[in-house]
Design a protein around this ligand. Structure first.
Ligand code: G6P
Length: 614
């Protein structure tokens, strides 16, 4: 959460920082700010509550000169979103300015001590405490900025990605990280730093990923120098990233979310490319094959994830158990990490995360590794923390996902889980060859079927206004479609602020049925495959209580659609792949309802895409 960006080079920093903040707004958007060192070597800080565009308005008549600067877009943790809590924060004498993503957990103790020493605080944030501490240490020990940051961080408990600049020192940014992402972009005579590479992708593809407890001293016209907090010198490792600028633009769509929904056929095809062979008789994921013995001997698979990725994990449970016959458990990473779970050496832990940075999932990975499990990652963002902290893994390769509500990342995670299940099943011989090939043949048709499914967009757009009155929604599905119901409900909640609950359809009778009346929209995922008749009975039960039924049915269905008030057809496919299609109309339904309600679908209130605090 929170996006940070920094620049030092020959160009004016402000326009680069502002553009960078816009690209990082998905990480938080309740307030933002910038600090620049001007030609007189003074630090100017401009910050305000609201989005980056509010900052631009606020700063428009200010001195924006300077070729070095740092900037921040905030998702509040300590202190309400207001002007004074916005970053950057000055130190007492205004000789330093800091930006920070994370939480300094022991800030209260440090603050108390600094207050005793005469420091005054202008905000309620933990971040201001850190910058005051750095200033205090710098003055007391008469050390340079890097050393002061290093000494201060030995006292700080918590998570951070920080960048600090100093008055009178226009040639240096000092940055550090622990459990919050930070990447340095290395250009020609210029450096960038940011929470991810999106702010500087048009300037350089060369990056250095900072590791936990590392401090980088970034000096104009010099190399990046890295030391650890415990003062060990490190050699920076330069890496190339693959990302193009048009992946970061809306490409003619009004919102990133709609663009990302429509990208799914292409992206899912990319997620399968090179992994399914031309004859469709082999699926090969190197991460699995290179660790064949681990997977063949696995007694149990535990999937850990949060949010939408957890829903993908639930579908993974169905896929893995059906095809590999290995028992699977799916856990919220936040629960798993704190409940002293039983993990054995022959367990495999699969961590699913779009961003690869979710604090709870990362902590679950660390715990599982400590307990000796083999840990496998399914992530989208290349070079992010989870892939760098797992034993092996598979990237989903869907390009940057910018809409805060996850769409293409989810279907790609499910696709990768299907590929993993098929790869293991083939290695184990738990699936007969004919069935194995049938499944691969069908999986390969999914991108074209997704394309067909997207044609429902117009119809859904027409139906959506009818539901804007609703205060509640229920989503119901069975088997593979139970997690789809959860995901459909989450999408609606996230972006339209309508309360929605997903349930296994049969569970409806154990409570939710009491809520059903003529006002209650009930969304059924009711394809021909699986427990069609049983789901039909559940639909009848809702109908009898006058609920308003919106159903997702298989093309040509004339039974469920007759009972439903509204129905959307998806192409026929194998039961295990229905989630890849059925999710799309639910993404579109949430999108159109939110648009009709005038909500900001790409940046819903209170949410952030990358949850780097627990
Ligand atoms: C946040 C996002 C969700 C996402 C979840 C897990 O809540 O808003 O869209 O599913 O984090 O994120 P991850 O990056 O680990 O998949």
């Amino acid at each position: 959460m929170c996006g940070i960006v920094g620049y030092i080079g020959n160009k004016q920093a402000y326009p680069i920082l502002i553009k960078g903040l816009h690209r990082l707004e998905y990480r938080g958007y309740d307030s933002s700010g910038v600090a620049l060192i001007n030609d007189k070597n003074e630090i100017n800080v401009y910050k305000t509550k609201g989005k980056v565009e509010d900052l631009e308005k606020y700063a428009s008549d200010k001195d924006l000169s300077g070729t070095i600067g740092i900037a921040h877009t905030r998702w509040a943790t300590h202190g309400e979103p207001n002007d004074s809590n916005a970053h950057p924060h000055y130190s007492q004498s205004k000789s330093l300015a800091i930006i920070h993503n994370g939480i300094i957990e022991n800030y209260a103790i440090i603050k108390k001590d600094l207050i005793k020493r005469g420091y005054e605080f202008k905000s309620d944030t933990d971040t201001e405490v850190l910058v005051q501490l750095i200033e205090h240490i710098k003055e007391k020990n008469n050390v340079d900025l890097t050393k002061a940051v290093q000494l201060a961080l030995t006292q700080a408990v918590g998570a951070y990605a920080i960048a600090v600049i100093e008055k009178g020192n226009p040639n240096q940014i000092v940055a550090a990280r622990k459990a919050s992402p930070l990447v340095i972009g290395v250009g020609d005579d210029e450096f960038f730093l940011a929470s991810d590479a999106t702010p500087f992708v048009e300037y350089t593809k060369k990056v250095i990923y900072l590791n936990d407890e590392e401090i980088a001293t970034i000096t104009r016209n010099d190399e990046v120098h890295i030391r650890t907090i415990s003062d060990v010198e490190k050699t920076p490792e330069l890496k190339e990233i693959e990302m193009s600028l048009n992946e970061l633009e809306k490409g003619g769509f009004p919102h990133f979310m709609l663009k990302e929904i429509h990208e799914q056929p292409k992206r899912i095809a990319e997620a399968m490319r090179g992994r399914i062979n031309i004859n469709h008789d082999n699926v090969a994921l190197s991460g699995i094959i290179d660790n064949k013995d681990k997977f063949l001997n696995a007694k149990r698979i535990i999937i850990v994830a949060c949010g939408t990725s957890w829903h993908a994990g639930l579908i993974g449970e169905y896929l893995l158990e059906e095809f590999t016959r290995i028992p699977v458990e799916v856990e919220y990473a936040s629960e798993f990490r704190y409940r002293n779970p039983i993990i054995n050496k022959d367990d495999i832990v699969i961590a699913i995360s779009q961003s690869g940075e979710t604090a709870d999932t990362l902590a679950a990975v660390e715990l599982a590794r400590k307990k000796g499990a083999f840990v496998y990652g399914i992530c989208n963002v290349i070079g992010s923390s989870i892939p760098r902290n797992t034993d092996s893994g598979t990237y989903t390769h869907v390009g940057p996902e910018i809409g805060v509500a996850s769409t293409k990342a989810f279907t790609a995670q499910v696709t990768v889980l299907a590929l993993i299940s098929l790869t293991i099943a083939n290695m184990k011989g738990s699936l007969d060859k004919k069935r194995y090939k049938e499944l691969i043949d069908e999986l390969a048709t999914i991108p074209a079927k997704m394309e067909e499914t997207l044609k429902t967009n117009e119809n859904i757009q027409k139906i959506a206004p009818i539901f804007t009155y609703a205060k509640n929604f229920i989503y119901l599905g069975r088997g593979y479609n139970y997690p789809v119901a959860l995901e459909g409900a989450l999408k609606l909640k996230e972006i339209s602020y309508i309360h929605a609950e997903g349930y296994p359809a049969a569970e409806m009778k154990h409570g939710p049925i009491a809520l059903i009346d003529a006002e209650m929209p009930v969304v059924f995922i009711a394809p021909h495959k699986g427990m069609y008749e049983k789901t039909l009975s559940n639909i009848e039960e809702v109908k009898a209580r006058k609920g308003r039924i919106f159903s997702i049915v298989t093309k040509g269905d004339n039974v469920v659609s007759k009972v439903s008030d509204y129905s959307i057809e998806i192409p026929e496919t194998e039961e295990c792949f229905v989630p890849l299609l059925a999710t799309i109309p639910l993404q579109l339904l949430a999108y159109h309802i939110a648009i009709m309600k005038g909500c900001n679908v790409d940046q819903p209130r209170n949410l952030a895409k990358s949850v780097t605090v627990e």
